[in-house]
Design a protein around this ligand. Structure first.
Ligand SMILES: Nc1nc2c(ncn2[C@@H]2O[C@H](COP(=O)(O)OP(=O)(O)OP(=O)(O)O)[C@@H](O)[C@H]2O)c(=O)[nH]1
Ligand SMILES: [Zn+2]
Length: 336
């Protein structure tokens, strides 16, 4: 598995600045030696469902962990009634060290970071080629979030029955990232799921995408049938409208080992929290060129050493252009 960078505070599960500056309290380990291990599948207003062995257990977090402490994907220690029976409520007493943290800043007026998913390996960025039109800046912002979090990006381009993928792929080829293109008839035949699954095996993959891109349709094709959620189509029998995802949800990958983590449709992806020094780790070919950079270089400023280094022929100008295009998406523009 490729890792783009280590998150220096990955085991710091606090998501808000700590005004008193004292250490997070998560290192205080309650005495619960008899606890079982579980994984958080859903979080809904203080109630969490966790997978413990093969049972789904409803739980809440111990008060000392803080109300919003655990997120989907967290590995937790859990005590109490773990039978998974109706009307039982177990207690999460410890949150394991995270291997990765996908964060977003809700928007520019909201300085708080929100942890979206913990322990994912990969970020699948789902974009329709038409209906809705692709938004390259949103793709770029998701890529930056992936690189910052140390997740491997996977570009999933849907609805190629409506428009060609060529132009978009040309934009992204210099990034050297994995991509899959899907279309309606391949979804129906199962061929699309087969090809996407190849990239998901053995990994936990968080799926993000703008509403309407076909993310639910794709996720349904990847997970067991009894875990399907309804798509944008209005149900002819019940007449009920579309179901919109409101929080992240971990689902097992069908036919292979792995996790599909569905996230709510996004309109934007706030990047307040992103550190350029982590984004450049996604460009290993450029990293040696940063040796001559000033301290805390943004790599998008006049004194940046990368211009001269690339001019000397050590790396391709297209790669530097791609890096800077991504770094520039940290600044929000109209329509992001
Ligand atoms: N033409 C075409 N339509 C598709 C394809 N995949 C999905 N759709 C349609 O696109 C619409 C939106 O699909 P959803 O799967 O509900 O989209 P979503 O991204 O989950 O949207 P939210 O639920 O709002 O987050 C539905 O009418 C799907 O039938 C495709 O490959 N080609
Ligand atoms: Zn620089």
């Amino acid at each position: 598995m490729r890792r783009y960078g280590k998150n220096p505070d990955e085991d710091d599960i606090r998501t808000r600045p700590n005004p008193k500056g004292n250490r997070p309290r998560t290192n205080i380990r309650p005495k619960h030696e008899d606890a079982s291990e579980g994984m958080v599948l859903t979080v809904d207003r203080g109630r969490l469902t966790c997978l413990v062995e093969d049972r789904v257990v409803l739980a809440m977090t111990a008060r000392e962990l803080g109300r919003k402490a655990a997120v989907v994907g967290d590995r937790v220690d859990i005590v109490g009634d773990l039978s998974g029976k109706k009307d039982t409520l177990a207690r999460i007493v410890r949150i394991g060290k995270r291997t990765s943290v996908l964060r977003r800043t809700a928007d520019d007026d909201d300085p708080y970071e929100r942890v979206v998913v913990a322990n994912a390996d990969q970020l699948a960025i789902v974009t329709a080629l038409a209906d809705p039109e692709p938004r390259p800046r949103l793709i770029d912002r998701c890529l930056v979030a992936a690189f910052d979090a140390g997740l491997e990006p996977l570009l999933v381009l849907t609805k190629s029955d409506l428009a060609s993928a060529d132009e978009l792929l040309e934009t992204y080829q210099d990034l050297g990232i994995h991509y899959v293109v899907t279309r309606r008839d391949e979804l129906e035949s199962g061929f699309a799921a087969d090809r996407v699954r190849e990239y998901l095996e053995g990994k936990a993959t968080a799926f993000v995408g703008h509403s309407g891109v076909g993310k639910t349709t794709l996720v349904n094709a990847l997970v067991p049938e009894d875990r399907h959620r309804s798509t944008g189509l209005v149900n002819a029998v019940t007449g009920r409208g579309r179901h919109t995802t409101t929080s992240a949800l971990a689902l097992p990958l069908a036919k292979a080992d792995g996790w599909v983590i569905d996230t709510p449709g996004i309109r934007s992806f706030g990047l307040h929290h992103v550190d350029p020094s982590r984004v450049i780790l996604a460009f290993p070919d450029l990293v040696p060129g940063t040796e001559g950079c000033p301290r805390a270089c943004s790599h998008d400023e006049p004194d940046c050493a990368l211009d001269a280094w690339v001019a000397e022929g050590h790396a391709s100008p297209a790669r530097l252009y791609s890096l800077r295009r991504l770094l520039a998406t940290r600044e929000r523009r109209e329509g992001d």
